[in-house]
Ligand binder design. Structure first.
Ligand code: PLP
Length: 401
């Protein structure tokens, strides 16, 4: 699954271009840089893969989400609906722009559900930070009417879903702004990096300024121009962008290979009684970085993971393995523990975070076991993995005695 699976000469060449000039900064130094602009080229590749009108690279997926929220107009005191199943960064980003997270239920898509969103809507709801999880996507046909009807600001955290689409549109392009992560574990990596996308020129310009101390980057000489807004430093370096560029160009091919392996693996596993799969609202748009298997209940999933550990099969249940993706492992967030003080503490929390009722999310995550799909697997490796998985599941669900 990760971009780090395919890594070599092309990455070295791109990095060497930058090393040859010594210009590691994405702006200025026109004379010395020998026309090498890796951040711009990285952004161009992201636009090619996604079809976005604007793309802006930043230092991480996390800073991309912060920037996306701010550029979409979300700030202090705004209530933003978030899922309880995501990498914690989505919730941290909401907190760090001064907004108030409101947790809503996910469903078998592993993403926020329309029913879950409707249940927590209040007149104070300003937006949704919709997270497309595990390489798949949320059910946009059900979610978009709610966004429109209630005039909400939609920001998509597609940190795990770069290259995924829903009915022909890339995830990240349904809302005002969207973002992708290029950390070491994602389908394409820059080492560290993130990219924000939007079709909205105003949001793009705000994002561009926000992520570089408010500079407007008009003209050639960064530093001497205007500062329309207050910003901060979320810039990407040319070295990271150089790697991100190569890795991004490779994504369509990686997705094809992932899908081939995932299809075979799921076909083989569907023969085993008791195994079903998470819902993918548009299977044709799946980046296929994960196969998400659902067991009949939480106890069965735990017992199967125990069997996996004995058999050396790498499958994880987010409930029992501390991967920091489900709210049951977020005591520090629920208790709002920080080094200082968050806006939500001063302004008042919209929910009692320590006593949230999210039975549907618990049920789904408790039953879920995910496998990272590797694009480099051979057919033999997929068949052997399927056999090992099925054997572990059968041991639990059909006890021999
Ligand atoms: C990885 C991830 C992030 C954070 O990205 P970084 O590049 O590691 O900062 C944010 N949201 C989701 C859903 C992610 O999976």
């Amino acid at each position: 699954m990760p971009g780090s699976e395919l890594f070599g000469a092309e990455e070295q060449k791109e990095v060497n271009d930058v090393m040859g000039t010594g210009i590691l900064f994405r702006y200025n130094h026109d004379a010395q840089r020998n026309n090498i602009w890796k951040a711009r080229e990285f952004e161009a590749e992201v636009k090619k893969v996604t079809g976005a009108k604007y793309a802006h690279a930043v230092s991480s997926g996390s800073t991309a989400v912060s920037t996306a929220l701010a550029a979409a107009g979300i700030g202090a005191g705004d209530e933003v609906i978030v899922p309880p199943f995501t990498y914690a960064a989505s919730v941290e980003a909401v907190l760090f722009v001064g907004a108030k997270p409101v947790f809503a239920e996910i469903d078998e898509t592993l993403c926020l559900s329309a029913a879950g969103i409707k249940k927590v809507l209040t007149p104070k709801t300003k937006g949704i930070c919709l997270v497309h999880m595990c390489g798949g996507m949320a059910n946009m046909d059900e979610i978009m009417p709610i966004v429109k009807e209630h005039n909400l600001v939609l920001v998509e955290d597609a940190g795990q879903a770069f290259g995924s689409s829903y009915k022909g549109t890339s995830v990240g392009l349904f809302g005002k702004t969207g973002c992708y992560s290029f950390d070491f574990f994602k389908i394409a990596t820059a080492g560290e990096g993130g990219v924000l996308v939007t079709d909205d020129e105003v949001a793009y310009k705000l994002a561009d300024s926000y992520s570089d101390h408010g500079h407007d980057h008009v003209g050639n000489n960064r530093g001497m121009e205007q500062h329309p807004i207050i910003g901060f430093n979320y810039r990407i370096s040319e070295l990271h962008a150089a790697i991100g560029k190569v890795q991004t160009a490779r994504v369509p091919d990686v997705i094809r290979r992932n899908n081939k392996n995932k299809k075979l693996l799921s076909e083989l596993l569907s023969k085993t009684e008791g195994i079903s799969f998470a819902t993918i609202p548009d299977p044709d748009g799946d980046s296929a970085t994960f196969l998400n298997m659902l067991l009949p209940d939480t106890a069965a999933a735990k017992a199967v993971v125990d069997e996996f550990n004995k058999a050396g099969v790498t499958g994880f249940n987010y409930w029992f393995i501390n991967m920091y993706h489900f709210i049951n492992q977020w005591d520090h967030i629920k208790q709002l523990k920080t080094a200082s003080k968050l806006a939500v503490e001063v302004l008042g929390a919209p929910q009692d975070y320590n006593n949230l009722e999210l039975p549907k999310s618990q049920e789904v995550i408790g039953r879920l076991i995910s496998f990272g799909i590797r694009c480099t697997w051979t057919e033999e490796e997929v068949r052997s993995l399927a056999k090992n998985i099925a054997a572990c599941v059968e041991k639990v669900l059909v006890p021999v005695n």
